[in-house]
Write a protein that binds this ligand. Structure first.
Ligand SMILES: Nc1ncnc2c1ncn2[C@@H]1O[C@H](COP(=O)(O)OP(=O)(O)O)[C@@H](O)[C@H]1O
Ligand SMILES: [Mg+2]
Length: 377
């Protein structure tokens, strides 16, 4: 049975709003995305009204979920502050524009550090972000192989593909099935290679995800963190959207991160982006566990000879200069690319190879840095 937009409109017409009219007439709804039983939309209100609308959001979500055939309903409450409006109470985050209502995870005023102020995810010991200043530097490939390296250290590991603009984890893992729901209607992550994996790409087509507005992105990610039955995990690796814009900052601010890892290539341009990434995490008090140089040097697939076509070592120097740990370098190698693109990541498919060993060594450093960061917090 396929769910239609009209069915969603019909149930929402029965939900009352604080404006005294039906929700559908309150002028607050985003376009409604309906895709294979999954329904997504947002309620956009002024930040000053956000609190009074939370119950409406919840009622809307419950109503949509009750439609036969709906498997997932994500309703975001997005609170945008009008330009020049005085700050509501509690104060909005520094980047009020486009920040959704995440009141439950919003820091109390004067909280010392985001590490203590964001609600933890039950059962998950540590969430770490893998970030990059720009796309195409191998962030997702590294995040997945790093997650596998952490798994090889005996840790229970999850991977959340939060790159809503271009979720690539379905391709990198070869996962094409949709997550099932448990009795509490939480999504069950897909298990592959011993990892608990969740991606917005499991729920919507890549191009659907790309038209999402910032607030919906954040809300969807928050739900993927909290409305997914992650089980017991030592580490949840989050593949962040590339870049250091407002969406990324909001994410860094609202996800209970214990640390962040920056992926850079040796090129100068990419390093400038990496520096922005560092600055972003610093701003939100998330410890940077270190920098990884990807595509560090070219390794000939035939003779194994290394050539430093990109001026290898840039990230190491930069890390030293900035006083950030350097976690390791990963060569540019055809087998990393082909395994990645075939959905058989190299650490899983060639566990005894040299590349798997590199990722595992990096994973060990990440684990140690993470322990140190948690001890220092
Ligand atoms: N170390 C590497 N050697 C060879 N190819 C790589 C390496 N890292 C990533 N790639 C390839 O580069 C492309 C971009 O990688 P991806 O992980 O999707 O980047 P991002 O997530 O930063 O956009 C993919 O085709 C991937 O297979
Ligand atoms: Mg990616």
């Amino acid at each position: 049975m396929s769910v239609t937009q009209q069915q969603v409109q019909d149930v929402l017409a029965k939900v009352a709003s604080p404006r005294g009219v039906a929700l559908t007439n309150a002028g607050v709804l985003s376009p409604i995305a309906v895709n294979d039983g999954k329904v997504f939309f947002s309620i956009n209100v002024d930040a000053t009204e956000a609190r009074t609308w939370e119950s409406v959001r919840a009622a809307a979500e419950t109503a949509v979920r009750a439609i036969p055939g709906v498997s997932v309903a994500m309703v975001a409450l997005t609170a945008e502050r009008k330009p020049g409006a005085s700050p509501p109470s509690p104060p909005p985050s520094r980047h009020a524009q486009g920040v959704p209502n995440v009141a439950s995870h919003r820091p109390p005023q004067g909280a010392p550090s985001p590490m203590s102020r964001q609600a933890e995810i039950p059962g998950v010991s540590a969430v770490i972000a893998v970030a990059s200043g720009k796309g195409g530097v191998g962030k997702s490939t590294t995040a997945l192989n790093l997650a596998l390296g952490l798994r090889d250290l005996g840790l229970r590991v999850g991977l959340l593909d939060a790159d809503i603009y271009g979720p690539s984890v379905p391709r990198l893992t070869g996962i094409h099935e949709k997550p099932q729901l448990n009795d509490e209607r939480k999504m069950i992550p897909v298990m592959r290679f011993g990892l608990a994996i969740m991606s917005i790409g499991f729920l919507v087509e890549e191009d659907t995800a790309m038209i999402w507005r910032g607030p919906m992105v954040m809300s969807a990610i928050t739900q993927m963190l909290r409305d997914v039955a992650w089980g017991t995990l030592d580490v949840l690796v989050v593949d962040m959207p590339p870049g250091t814009g407002d969406a990324q900052l909001t994410l860094a601010q609202n996800v209970p991160l214990k640390g962040a890892i920056i992926i850079s290539t040796p090129q100068d341009l990419s390093l400038i982006d990496a520096r922005r990434g560092l600055a972003m995490f610093k701003k939100v008090n998330v410890p940077v566990l270190g920098i990884i140089e990807n595509m560090s040097y070219f390794q000939c697939p035939h003779c194994g000879t290394q050539s430093d076509i990109f001026g290898h070592g840039g990230a190491r120097h930069e890390a030293e200069r900035l006083g950030v740990p350097f976690l390791g370098e990963i060569p540019l190698h055809i087998s990393i690319r082909t395994t990645s693109d075939d959905g058989t990541p190299v650490v899983a498919s060639e566990p005894n190879g040299a590349h798997a060993a590199i990722y595992r060594a990096i994973a060990a450093k990440v684990r140690d840095q993470l322990k140190a960061a948690i001890a220092a917090a």
